[in-house]
Design a protein around this ligand. Structure first.
Ligand SMILES: NC(=O)c1ccc[n+]([C@@H]2O[C@H](COP(=O)([O-])OP(=O)(O)OC[C@H]3O[C@@H](n4cnc5c(N)ncnc54)[C@H](O)[C@@H]3O)[C@@H](O)[C@H]2O)c1
Ligand SMILES: N[C@H](CO)Cc1c[nH]c[nH+]1
Ligand SMILES: [Zn+2]
Length: 435
């Protein structure tokens, strides 16, 4: 079987092939939906006992009670002390950059503001942090210390006082880097639970797991479906699906670099999507050859191969402009413009979770340490949603303080409109304040 499909926008069947490539939705799997609904209902009804049962079943952890599933602050700190100095330095350096980036988000648009009309009426917006949030850190197929930083740091910057982390630990193996990252990022409580049962515990609360106001963080199809179902009971950040990378290349970046960038997202998941667009046919062929050469040496070869065969593509376009149009249609999670003049193409790109510009900007730098968040909208949702950020851990209240003078003007307007709506009490409340 070929490693990755090759398409051309001039081919007669391109539109149909492109549709087939794009068609995927995590939420269409009815079997998963059904199982998740059952798990949610069971955790809501039986609380901790149900969480313990599902943790034994799906993660093979037979805990005698919930207390053993909590990771203490002492354990988090011990993990931080036990990792190698190089690992500690890397975690702290990444955390510093992620914090600096998110602090700018707070300064730019996360602050309260107000102004006064000429008559002294005050109008404004009060920004407050959420009280308690639940951070889902995936742990089924791989461990993600970087996701701990990407969720917890913006929550901290926003001022959240109670940050609860959940992470599944298959077979009871607690990843030291995940624990160390939780210590670096200042997670307040952490539990080794995952999947739909963890989402349910955070959304409904159990005797042990505190009920949160919002759940953020990526996860597999069970997690995504569970988050969708509990939305309304709690807030959620987004429904994040498998990772995606789309690269627009003008042929100037070494083919090995681009091949590895495509692998970097494919290695997350068999359902991840990697797409390369270029107007240079010889370059596409060179990248394909690089992929064949480099893949066998990678430990996650099987996952990468499945992802590329199932959902990957090399697409020959008529021009860079056409490549940008196709990218806008896909609205990828990660978009690399691997070109000599990335600034020339960036203005043409409207929909993407994150845009990585220039040959030296591998997407993987963004995953770990560039600074911006790596929890990003997938499955074309970049058309209407944004990266996880400080704003996800805040809410806004409007502020209104009408002066006696202002009430004379506003009262007449409100009274008129209230009578028009047939709401006499509204009208009278405004009229009583008229002199
Ligand atoms: N967007 C991002 O920022 C980002 C970051 C890291 C990872 N990811 C993605 O997150 C996903 C992580 O998935 P994962 O599986 O490794 O970890 P996960 O933590 O999301 O899922 C593991 C849990 O799934 C549940 N589960 C597994 N099989 C089940 C079954 N048959 N029935 C019911 N529940 C079941 C179990 O409870 C288990 O604890 C990947 O798709 C990865 O690409 C995204
Ligand atoms: N690329 C992932 C988001 O799609 C994030 C990640 C974590 N570690 C490595 N990568
Ligand atoms: Zn990644």
């Amino acid at each position: 079987m070929t490693l990755i499909r090759q398409l051309s926008t001039v081919a007669a069947d391109f539109a149909a092939e492109f549709e087939r490539l794009r068609h995927w939705s995590a939420e269409t799997d009815a079997a998963i939906e059904g199982r998740v609904k059952d798990i949610l209902a069971d955790v809501q009804a039986r609380g901790d006992a149900a969480v313990l049962d599902y943790t034994a079943r799906f993660d093979r952890v037979n805990a005698p009670g919930m207390a053993t599933l909590e990771i203490t602050q002492a354990e988090l700190q011990a993990a931080l002390a036990a990792i190698t100095p190089a690992q500690r330095d890397a975690l702290q350096a990444a955390a510093k950059r992620v914090r600096a980036y998110h602090e700018r988000q707070l300064q730019a648009s996360g602050q309260s503001w107000s102004y006064r009309d000429e008559d002294g009426t005050l109008l404004g917006q009060k920004v407050t942090p959420l009280d308690r949030v639940g951070l889902y850190v995936p742990g089924g197929k791989a461990a993600y210390p970087s996701s701990v930083l990407m969720n917890a740091i913006p929550a901290h910057v926003a001022g959240v006082q109670d940050i609860i982390m959940v992470v599944p630990t298959p077979d009871g193996v607690r990843n030291p880097l995940v624990l160390a990252a939780a210590a670096v990022a200042g997670v307040h409580r952490a539990f080794t639970i995952g999947g739909a049962q963890a989402v349910a515990a955070l959304a409904y609360g159990t005797a042990t797991i505190p009920r949160v106001d919002k759940i953020t963080g990526p996860g597999n199809a069970y997690v995504a479906s569970a988050k969708k179902h509990v939305f309304g009971q709690v807030g959620i950040d987004m429904i994040a699906g498998p990772s995606e990378i789309l690269i627009i290349a003008d042929g100037t970046t070494p083919p090995d670099w681009v091949a590895m960038d495509l692998f970097s997202q494919a290695e997350h998941d068999e359902l991840a999507q990697s797409i390369l667009l270029s107007p240079d046919a010889a370059y596409l062929e060179a990248v394909r050859a690089s992929m064949e050469k480099l893949l066998p040496a990678l430990p996650r070869e099987a996952t990468i191969r499945a992802s590329l065969q199932g959902r990957g593509a090399l697409i020959h376009t008529r021009s860079m402009e056409e490549a940008c149009e196709i990218s806008n249609t896909i609205a990828p999670e990660h978009l690399e413009i691997s070109a000599a003049e990335p600034g020339r193409w960036e203005p043409l790109l409207r929909h993407a979770g994150a845009i990585f510009m220039g040959a030296y900007t591998s997407e993987s730098l963004g995953d770990y340490c560039a600074g911006p968040n790596h929890v990003l909208p997938t499955a074309s949702t970049a058309r209407f949603s944004s990266p996880l950020g400080v704003y996800d851990f805040q809410k806004r209240s409007s502020l209104i303080e009408v002066s006696a003078e202002g009430a004379q003007v506003l009262g007449r307007i409100a009274s008129e409109l209230a009578h028009g709506e047939g709401l006499q009490a509204h009208a009278r409340a405004a009229e009583l304040r008229l002199r």
